[in-house]
Design a protein around this ligand. Sequence first.
Ligand SMILES: C[S@@+](CC[C@H](N)C(=O)[O-])C[C@H]1O[C@@H](n2cnc3c(N)ncnc32)[C@H](O)[C@@H]1O
Length: 289
Amino acid sequence: MAETVDLVSNVSDTARWVAAFRAVESARPDALFHDPLADRVAGERGRAIAAGTPRLMHNGWNLVTRTKLIDDLITKSVEQGCDRVLNLAAGMDTRPYRLDLPAEFPWVEGDLPALVAEKNELLAGESPRCALTRTAVDLADPAARDAFLDEALAGAQRALVLTEGLVYYLTEDNVSGLAAALARPEIGWWTLDVNNQALVRRMNKATSDLLANAPWHFGPVDPLRFFADLGWAADDVEVLVAAAHRFHRLPWFMKPVTLFPQPDPRKPLRSTWKPWSSVVRLSHAAASR
Ligand SMILES: C[S@@+](CC[C@H](N)C(=O)[O-])C[C@H]1O[C@@H](n2cnc3c(N)ncnc32)[C@H](O)[C@@H]1O
């Protein structure tokens, strides 16, 4: 395998990394979820990237926790009337093959062309449990993104958009553009993981070799304020360390963090030097009710 610095040759390789940790979690007797396809889509490169993961992300605790939280948010949203999922930058996600969804439930995935082609090949013999469509799209290209959204949302009334593990690879301008593009009546919710500036700085330092070809960018001082200023209010916020502690996935050396009160996400973050990472569900005033 390649040197650490070449393991992630571009941002799409990071999808293999997430899949590798889903496979590790799935093999545990007390697994929080079971993803039988994760190891296949992770591949040798995914496992090698996981092996080079910095201590800060020991055993992928943050990725496993994020996966479980988002699984639960999807289930909750479907119970609340969500009629479609759009997974933007879906990477090697395999939820359409493992979540308990109605066979006719529409699920649309979008990602960069090379990744989509490889994923189609890797999963060619598998049957999704819902009505899955997979589309190649560059979400950083506003015209391509908007055309994708028009097509993917046709007929939807209360879609859930998922951008898991995406926004910090984008610039702040890209994220503002995405937030504006998603503010449309067919979209009921937007679920994503967000990090504050302190966490993005710490991650970039810890992964300067591993993510040299895919560094993190977007990380506002107060992420919830950033989205609120664009009209997106959070109705669900799960602080990652607290959830990981609850799930018994937080590494021992991070446990002291849980002894201090977590910031109230509904108030402006005061301790801006403290790393903060959460899974959030946002909704926009333009969304249908
Ligand atoms: C960390 S992975 C996350 C994958 C998946 N959402 C997950 O959580 O397992 C980041 C994903 O973003 C995708 N991506 C990055 N920039 C993109 C862009 N401009 N358009 C579409 N997809 C993009 C990559 O191809 C990759 O699959």
